[in-house]
Design a protein around this ligand. Structure first.
Ligand code: FES
Length: 146
């Protein structure tokens, strides 16, 4: 194979692979559940969560908040570049680049471009409380557990 022919075929292969990857990435947004990104999270009994406290669930990257009325869940993933947030006195802080959010998940400062996502909390058929990271709700919405 001549050198010029090889370079031409290699360039064509590279363009083809790039096009396929771009097409798959584009189409993937229409099937988030098939991609396995938004699995419902079983929380169990609301009584497991202390009242007036944000509980961090490391494996699900969530903060779960419970008060006397009910329970709600917010993403612990910074909207800037995806670092895991830490709870501060009056909100959430990102240890990576310093974004700050208030208790409602609203951006107060930093490079974060969007507020935090709050997720629907409901009761599953088996009676357990579940969080649906595929369904965003307003920060004021909470599952009334009593
Ligand atoms: S990843 Fe959180 S501020 Fe950059």
């Amino acid at each position: 194979m001549k050198r010029r022919s090889f370079i031409g075929k290699a360039a064509l292969a590279l363009v083809t692979v790039t096009g396929i990857v771009a097409a798959i990435s584009y189409l993937r947004q229409f099937f988030p559940r098939l991609a396995g990104e938004k699995q419902r999270v079983a929380l169990g009994d609301p009584q497991l969560f202390p009242v007036d406290t944000y509980t961090f669930l490391d494996e699900h990257k969530l903060f779960v908040y419970r008060d006397h009325e009910g329970i709600k869940a917010v993403s612990a993933i910074c909207t800037h570049l995806g670092c895991i947030l830490e709870k501060s006195i009056d909100g959430f802080e990102c240890p990576c680049h310093g974004s700050c959010y208030n208790d409602a998940g609203k951006v107060l400062s930093g490079p974060a471009p969007r507020d935090l996502a709050w997720y629907r909390v409901s009761r599953a058929a088996d009676g357990k409380i579940v969080v649906d990271p595929g369904t965003s709700v307003p920060a004021s919405e909470k599952f009334l557990s009593s």
